[in-house]
Design a protein around this ligand. Structure first.
Ligand SMILES: *[C@@H]1O[C@H](CO)[C@@H](O)[C@H](O)[C@H]1NC(C)=O
Ligand SMILES: *[C@@H]1O[C@H](CO)[C@@H](O)[C@H](O)[C@H]1NC(C)=O
Length: 303
């Protein structure tokens, strides 16, 4: 190749590099998938809509999907109460696998129950790959109480509470009530393990599915945010994967003290040793944090 041809080649690649800017090569930002919490929807301008906008402002050019479960915002909100969680997870897996922009992988951020649902997505559907999972007030060991419900949903919650108390682990209630699927009754631990259709499955209570383990362990980071003044989640420790010790509803155990960790049924102990588990705290009520707190604590896992 002649000297001038070589020079031309160099300048062409320089121009390409300049044109490319931050939108190509390794600098392109990783897409973000968001799953909202109970009583909320993909697109509420005061919650997930604002969150999407904020992330887009902080990370220019980022591709953000706020998941809508169903065909409309109304359906999305209703499905957060009444659509079988396993079906919701399949619905999301399908949507993500068909999105060409996610081929290279994505980060995921769940709010409240959306966090444990996204964990199921990574455990069951490794393609496209999830990189970081950020759980914002998620209940990874479920709940044993619905002390308060967000916003206008309180009448629905009163009804749900009645249903859960009348028999959370009956087939009819398991299939049709989202909150029953992560209802964890420590006083009836055997019933929970046997009949919980969602949480007991993803937490490997019945069998250890090596695929779940392998898939979860392939995350770069699993970040769990706990709200220190949380009045909606019982027990709040579930946000850090802790729970009541089996057989009673007072004494708590941390993730590190629990069987799922000690027997390493899900790979969490190995992830912990590898520095993949991040435990963060925010000093507010459920899902309450400032933009500054978000930028300092969560943004680094999204950029
Ligand atoms: C990519 O990011 C690095 C580090 O932030 C920066 O130095 C470099 O100029 C960026 N490259 C492009 C093509 O934007
Ligand atoms: C383990 O999980 C994978 C992914 O969801 C599933 O395809 C497989 O059937 C499960 N295996 C068992 C033994 O449950």
């Amino acid at each position: 190749m002649s000297f001038s041809a070589a020079l031309r080649l160099i300048s062409v690649s320089t121009v390409l590099l300049l044109l490319c800017g931050s939108s190509c090569g390794s600098n392109a930002s990783v897409p973000l998938v968001i799953w909202h919490g109970m009583g909320d929807s993909c697109c509420n301008p005061l919650s997930m809509g604002a969150m999407k906008k904020m992330v887009e402002e902080e990370v220019p050019g980022i591709y953000v999907i706020s998941l809508m479960i169903g065909k409309s915002v109304l359906q999305d909100t209703e499905n957060g109460f009444f659509m079988d969680v396993n079906e919701q997870v399949s619905f999301v897996c399908d949507q993500l696998s068909k999105d060409p922009k996610l081929k290279g992988g994505y980060n995921a951020m769940g709010f409240s129950q959306g966090s444990q649902f996204l964990r199921a997505v990574t455990q069951r559907c490794p393609d496209p790959p999830m990189k970081n999972l950020i759980s914002v007030g998620g209940q990874h060991q479920g709940v044993f109480g619905l002390p308060r419900c967000p916003g206008e949903s309180s009448h629905i919650c009163d009804w749900i509470r009645k249903k859960l108390n009348s028999g959370a682990y009956t087939d009819a209630i398991q299939k049709h009530l989202v909150q029953a699927q992560y209802w964890h009754d420590p006083l009836n631990d055997d019933l929970y393990k046997k009949y919980s259709l969602f949480l007991a499955d993803i937490n490997q209570e019945r069998v250890v599915n090596e695929t779940y383990k392998k898939n979860l362990m392939s995350l770069n980071k699993f970040v769990m945010v706990k709200f220190l003044q949380d009045t909606m989640v019982d027990p709040v420790d579930s946000e850090w994967f802790g729970f009541y010790k089996a057989g009673q509803g007072k004494e708590l155990e941390t993730l590190q003290e629990s069987a799922i960790y000690k027997e390493d049924r899900l790979g969490l102990a190995e992830m912990d040793s590898a520095g993949k588990l991040v435990f963060l705290a925010s000093d507010g009520d459920h899902l309450q944090f400032t933009r500054q707190w978000f930028n300092e604590n969560l943004l680094p896992y999204i950029r």
